[in-house]
Design a protein around this ligand. Structure first.
Ligand code: SF4
Length: 617
């Protein structure tokens, strides 16, 4: 069989034991790889009700079957764990070169269990592996961690996934960083810190061969032609994903903690402004799209600040949240989060939440340690990011995430905590794009925009059909389509940009993944659709057995009760009850959002039907 290395590396940090196991035939046949492997292994590996910060939680790193080949834009990796923010299922995605190098080192999957009694890092290379002392790395930022591990192991080509000070200190939304690409969402870095695992370093010389070389070469040639002729091929290297104009023109750019959908003077942070600051492009392994832009500020207060990106989401996180379109601050804040190991979305969301509380007098200068959190004032932002990462001063409270911070503050702060399932919202207003909102409210991670991006509403992609973004009818079925196709293509850990733009179809993916693995069934789009739906339902079942249901598929009341005040989306609210009822029906779930037994049986998930009766919360 091609594509796979057929090796899972299992590391028990408590016992300091490392062992190998093969991929099972059933795992491959039923789940293909990527997100399929991750959810199945996590579901089987964790008992419901465990403490996400405890030894029983796992971190499962997965590279897809096409990583390490010359198929385009499949070089990303995913990590799976129970989230300390939501208490539920979480998958987080990173780019760069880590996934390909993990395959070259000889592994498809690394499962981390237990917790070490002192800081360690894992070194996996050419089929061998060991735990090494990381005491000297503890406290270092992500850049320095990369540098020192490469120096210690005397190889600059080693790829590393590590945490920064935020993960070490238990900030609830710490990410895992590989060079300048990050698996940011849901607190994977927090879990890694709780395990005393500073980094995973990988390097190898093994090849990733296709089972059917000739067919695979033809499929890659077809893929290259499709991607080259797609309109976004020219756009991405030019502007990266730095495109706040899309959301502002749709009045879907959350501003002042989701009170408005439009940031005045957004042109100052438009993609064309970032293009002026571009130093060079970067790309993940084997990607012709080159969406990464290194940008650097040459003048002014933030002169010298640079970052890879920031991407759209991070731009929003440090502009709309504080009502200030300052490109220099955005770049500096993005880089600081990367250095210290923070998810930009949750960091910016937490800061924006604090700004609203300050404006309303729920918190004062006494609470903030003298910081003046008034909209349009960017002065406190970099200091607050440091406080959050090191859990100092007011930042210690924000490090808990908005749900828990609001609970501790009281005084009505809960109504201004913009989250779903405990995870801070992404930079889209669901009132202005209903299927996009429906995905955010039902995504198994919390409001993860990339689990089922409604490109029909955001970019006008007419697949499977053109839609009215404000319409309610038909959005349940459309959201199911978006989520299932994403889960299907994430079995190969395809880059999300190739999914949301419609370049990567099930037919094209089927050709690539069947040729690389040699499994004929994978060439059949109907088979792939069923795998995608199976994965999404198993993710859902992970949360169901933790006690999640309809109550957790809920936006803050602001989004369901307060109409957007102006612009093309003026008057719009998110019609939660109607949209969810339609979605649950389309999914074959009951009115509490739990898969029906017949749905699970139809998807080959009869083994988890009994878990419907478990209620742990
Ligand atoms: S499009 Fe960008 S994020 Fe996606 S694989 Fe290519 S370089 Fe990486």
């Amino acid at each position: 069989m091609g594509g796979y290395k057929n090796r899972i590396l299992r590391v028990n940090l408590t016992e300091r034991t490392l062992s190998e196991e093969p991929l099972s035939k059933d795992l491959i046949q039923d789940y293909i790889g990527g997100v399929g492997f991750g959810v199945k292994l996590l579901y089987d590996g964790l008992k419901p009700g465990i403490d996400p910060m405890g030894k029983e939680n796992q971190l499962i790193f997965v590279a897809g079957p096409l990583a390490g080949t010359n198929a385009q834009a499949f070089g990303r990796w995913k990590v799976f764990f129970k989230s300390p923010l939501t208490g539920g299922y979480c998958k987080s995605s990173g780019g760069g070169h880590f996934a390909a190098e993990l395959k070259f080192a000889g592994f498809d999957v690394i499962i981390i269990e237990g917790a070490a009694d002192s800081p360690v890092y894992l070194w996996a290379h050419d089929g061998r592996y060991e735990l090494r002392d990381a005491t000297y790395l503890w406290g270092l930022d992500c850049d320095d961690t990369h540098t020192l591990i490469r120096e210690e192991l005397k190889d600059s080509r080693i790829r590393i996934a590590c945490i920064g000070p935020a993960g070490e200190r238990g900030v609830k939304y710490a990410g895992i960083f590989s060079d300048r690409r990050v698996a940011a969402r849901g607190g994977g870095g927090t879990v890694m810190g709780a395990k005393n695992l500073k980094a995973i370093a990988v390097r190898g010389n093994e090849r990733v061969d296709a089972a059917d070389q000739e067919t695979f070469r033809a499929a890659v040639r077809e893929q290259v032609q499709v991607y080259k002729s797609h309109p976004t091929f020219a756009f991405f290297p030019e502007q990266g994903t730095q495109a706040p104009e899309f959301q502002n023109l749709l009045d879907s750019f959350p501003t002042r903690n989701f009170r408005e959908g439009f940031l005045p003077q957004w042109e100052k942070i438009d993609g064309s402004e970032f293009t002026k600051l571009r130093v060079r492009n970067t790309a993940c392994s084997s990607c012709m799209i080159h969406c990464g832009n290194i940008t650097k500020i040459g003048t002014g207060r933030y002169s010298g600040a640079w970052s890879e990106g920031p991407e759209y989401e991070s731009i929003w996180a440090f502009t709309g949240t504080i009502a200030l379109p300052d490109i220099g601050l955005t770049i500096a804040a993005d880089k600081l989060c990367d250095d210290l190991g923070l998810d930009t979305l949750s960091t910016g969301g937490s800061i924006g939440f604090a700004y609203e509380l300050y404006e309303r007098g729920i918190i004062t200068k006494q609470d903030t340690g003298g910081l003046e959190l008034t909209y349009g004032n960017g002065e406190p932002v970099l200091g607050l990011i440091r406080q959050i990462a090191y859990r100092e001063g007011f930042g210690d409270l924000l490090a808990e995430g908005v749900r828990e911070a609001a609970r501790r503050i009281g005084k009505g702060a809960e109504q201004y905590a913009m989250h779903v399932k405990g995870l801070e919202l992404a930079g889209y207003d669901p009132r202005a794009a209903k299927a996009h909102g429906l995905n955010m409210i039902t995504a198994n991670n919390g409001p993860d925009h990339s689990s089922g991006y409604a490109s029909q509403e955001i970019f006008g992609v007419p697949i499977p059909r053109e839609v009215d973004r404000f319409a309610v009818d038909g959005k349940g079925d459309l959201t199911k389509f978006n989520q299932d196709i994403t889960a299907m293509l994430m079995t190969g850990i395809a880059c999300g940009f190739t999914i949301s733009n419609g370049e990567l179809t099930p037919e094209l993916y089927g050709k690539l993944v069947s040729a690389v693995t040699g499994v004929r069934d994978f060439a059949d789009p109907a088979y792939l659709w069923q795998v995608g739906e199976r994965i999404f339902n198993l993710e859902r079942m992970f949360n169901v057995r933790e006690g999640f249901g309809r109550k957790d598929d809920a936006f803050p009341a602001r989004l369901t009760n307060e109409p957007l005040p102006a612009g093309s989306a003026a008057g719009q609210v998110f019609e939660e009850e109607i949209l969810l009822a339609d979605y649950y029906q389309a999914r074959g779930w009951d009115s509490d959002g739990r898969p029906l037994p017949e749905t699970l049986n139809r998807l080959g998930l009869s083994s988890v039907v009994a878990d419907l009766s478990l209620q742990k919360r």
